[in-house]
Design a protein around this ligand. Sequence first.
Ligand SMILES: Cc1cc2nc3c(=O)[nH]c(=O)nc-3n(C[C@H](O)[C@H](O)[C@H](O)COP(=O)(O)O)c2cc1C
Length: 288
Amino acid sequence: MSQSGFASVDLGRGLTLPNPVGLASGTAGYGFELEQLIDINRIGALYTKGTTVRARDGNPPPRVAETGGGMLNSIGLQNPGVDVVAADYAPRWRGWTIPIIVNIAGGSIEDYVHCATVLEPVAEIAGIELNISCPNIAQGLDFGRDPDAAARLVAAVRTVTERCVIVKLSPNVTDIAAIARAVEDAGADAVSAVNTYIGRKIHRASGRSVLPLGTGGLSGPAIQPLALAAVAAVGDAVHIPVIGVGGIVDAASARDFLIVGASAVQVGTATFVNPETALQVLDGLRAD
Ligand SMILES: Cc1cc2nc3c(=O)[nH]c(=O)nc-3n(C[C@H](O)[C@H](O)[C@H](O)COP(=O)(O)O)c2cc1C
């Protein structure tokens, strides 16, 4: 049991989460805004915004659209670049007691290897989550769709980091279990499932898509049953820990993921509705 009175989660390579409830990538930035709103040190882990070799401005607005039971986003990986995260953000995490897991993204194996290399000496960082599944950038899905490409990526990153490597899987594939097996075989320590589902919303007055790239990533309660099916399939396919993410709004919807075999969970879109959601999920699970 951890200090919070809830079972800790061993993700491998020395990364132990104090509790299973984390904040999902892209929905909590780098934690600095949320820190002002909630007791962030009670969270099981912070998974940062997707971070790339160079700073990215992201996609043109509008970047989000509300949908039935969820939202579409097309942020396009806006971030300050890995050098800024390593040099300027990491010192601000000093004193935080929760694991900071930096989510990294790129268009080539070299991009990911570069990011992992820059982050490797940074003491404040507990692990790396490889986003092989962002639907909102060109080439963002190639690694997540192809087991061989995903395996090559993981193997390359494995050579430059001793840290726990978590691979964030795309649900926009025919066989998510095959991708999970491939990254496990290539040396991933854990997988997180799932990223957003490709979706589209029409502006009915004009007949055009609301989002500038046409499609975006669907998240929120609408995807919870889909994510649950994906996590169950991944859990059946691999022996490494699976982190469930998709549509969690409360302890009950989080517990579903633990029931189908997830070792930990991440809360994403629900944090936008109520920044306390992850803490409420944690308290609810602890009351079980
Ligand atoms: C606005 C927004 C930005 C996101 N950015 C990222 C990202 O940078 N990297 C990533 O791996 N996932 C990203 N995601 C996906 C979430 O981490 C999560 O996998 C997904 O939203 C499903 O969980 P939810 O339904 O609880 O939001 C983003 C999601 C949203 C809504």
